[in-house]
Design a protein around this ligand. Structure first.
Ligand SMILES: [Zn+2]
Length: 208
């Protein structure tokens, strides 16, 4: 005999699909997604439904930061490529960035957020990962905010400037490149090399 709870769930799912989604009844994935969001376990496309749920969630998350500007203000203060990467979380093509192959000495300067000048990485944090983007193994304490990013079917940790929310890139753990075992994969266009040390002395830490 079929379990009563299961019977009701199936009935609700069938009726939900038939009554409330007549024009989308053929869109199985969409139905699965709605079932997932209503708390039902789905089977054949559950992974896809979960992924779409997360995509939806990601695009609706709003975070606030100390430096706040309107979209129009950001657009006018950044180049088109900077705006695309920093505000729209884009990615520059691998091997093309201004700082991909730059390895300054410790006393030559540091890397700051291109959008708001917040100091983020020391010169010595930069290392060659061979991945095509600038790589850093630590950052100035408090300079970065992280968020789980589940776009593109991957679970990654997005890194953003803690002052303006500008997108920097992603951080990866456990690759054993350096002692911190952390790789910040950063768009050159998100940062700016600045001569000298940050105005305030800052400790360098891991974020993940
Ligand atoms: Zn910033």
């Amino acid at each position: 005999m079929q379990h009563l709870g299961s019977f009701f769930r199936q009935t609700i799912k069938r009726n939900f699909k038939r009554i409330y989604l007549p024009s989308r009844a053929a869109d199985h994935t969409h139905t699965q997604l709605l079932a997932f969001r209503l708390g039902y376990k789905t089977t054949s496309t559950s992974h896809k439904a979960q992924h779409q749920h997360n995509l939806y969630k990601h695009t609706t998350v709003t975070m606030s930061f100390p430096i706040s500007k309107t979209d129009a203000e950001w657009k006018s203060s950044l180049s088109a490529q900077e705006y695309d990467v920093i505000r729209n979380k884009g990615t520059e093509a691998p091997g093309t960035g201004e700082y991909n192959k730059l390895y300054p000495k410790a006393d030559e300067g540091h890397f700051a957020c291109r959008a708001c000048k917040n100091p983020i990485y020391s010169a010595t944090a930069k290392f060659d990962s061979g991945c095509g983007w600038p790589a850093f193994d630590k950052c100035y304490e408090g300079s970065i905010t992280t968020e789980i990013d589940q776009t593109m079917g991957l679970k990654r940790i997005e890194i953003m400037c803690s002052q303006c929310g500008g997108h920097l890139g992603h951080v990866f753990e456990g690759e054993k490149f350096t002692d911190t075992n952390e790789r910040h994969c950063v768009n050159s266009v998100s940062i700016k090399f600045v001569k000298g040390k940050p105005a305030e002395e800052k400790a360098e830490v891991k974020v993940a």
